[in-house]
Design a protein around this ligand. Structure first.
Ligand code: ZN
Ligand code: ZN
Length: 254
């Protein structure tokens, strides 16, 4: 089986001690492509640099809602222009996160909207991070369309979001969280979403699947995530792996 990790952060300092070895192990496990995702200016530049060093790594650049007070879409535009941008395949991760901070919702929405505009002007798809903010995320992307593709990373399904995804043909990425016992409710949603709209991710170094929950994650765990997805879909794991791999190649235009 071959895999495509649509969301990982190998710039993270937890890999500083053994990044080369981890990436080698990942390649040997069948991972053909990785999108390394930025969340502010520095990590976006780090992502670009990783993509220059490794031919199978591509990058996404963007400002995560956590950095709403410090950075703007203009900063990301500058990163795009001032660096080798040939392997930048998306604007992300961008979106709304109300899990910790709720008093800056309007600012988060404005930053999200301005980065959708940036993606459209650069003809790139977006990677959405949405946490405890389903309704506002729904409203933003309904009003401001990402012309070159919309992908929900670490998708947390709800009735409204799944309807939106189905109506608009948006893509969703499932990660280690689908292996958690408390997320068994995802099954009914995963059954509704066609495989043609699904990709997989690890969000490494976070969100390790069971039985590695709490440990440092890496893309070699994609097989566990894919297996769970295939169980929920009632399909052969090889078949599911190939479909979601091809979906990712197509989404990022690689
Ligand atoms: Zn995220
Ligand atoms: Zn992430």
């Amino acid at each position: 089986m071959r895999f495509f990790d649509t969301h990982a952060h190998y710039n993270d300092e937890v890999y500083d001690i053994d990044r080369e070895e981890v990436l080698k192990k990942i390649r040997e496990s069948g991972v053909e492509y990785i999108v390394n995702v930025g969340y502010n200016k520095v990590s976006s530049i780090d992502s670009i640099n990783l993509s220059k060093k490794y031919d199978y790594i591509y990058s996404a650049i963007g400002v995560h809602p956590h950095d709403v007070e410090n950075e703007t879409a203009q900063d990301i535009y500058n990163v795009y222009n001032e660096n080798d941008n040939k392997k930048i395949v998306a604007i992300g991760e961008i979106g709304l996160d109300y899990a910790f901070v709720k008093d800056n919702k309007l600012k988060q929405i404005a930053l999200f909207e301005s980065q959708i505009e940036l993606a459209n002007s650069l003809k790139l798809p977006i990677l959405i991070h949405s946490r405890d903010a389903a309704l506002d995320t729904y409203n933003v992307i309904k009003n401001k369309r990402a012309e070159y593709g919309t992908l929900f990373h670490c998708f947390q399904p709800s009735d409204d979001l799944v309807r939106l995804v189905l109506e608009n043909g948006y893509m969703v990425a499932f990660g280690g969280n689908i292996t958690f016992k408390r997320n068994e409710a995802f099954k009914k949603y995963i059954e509704q979403i066609p495989l043609s709209q699904i990709v997989i991710e690890t969000d490494s170094p976070y969100l390790s699947p069971e039985p590695y929950r709490g440990k440092r994650n890496d893309s070699s765990n994609l097989d566990i995530i894919c297996k769970k997805l295939s169980e929920y879909k009632g399909k052969d794991v090889e078949e599911v792996a190939e479909i979601v791999y091809n979906n990712a190649v197509k989404y990022f235009n690689i």
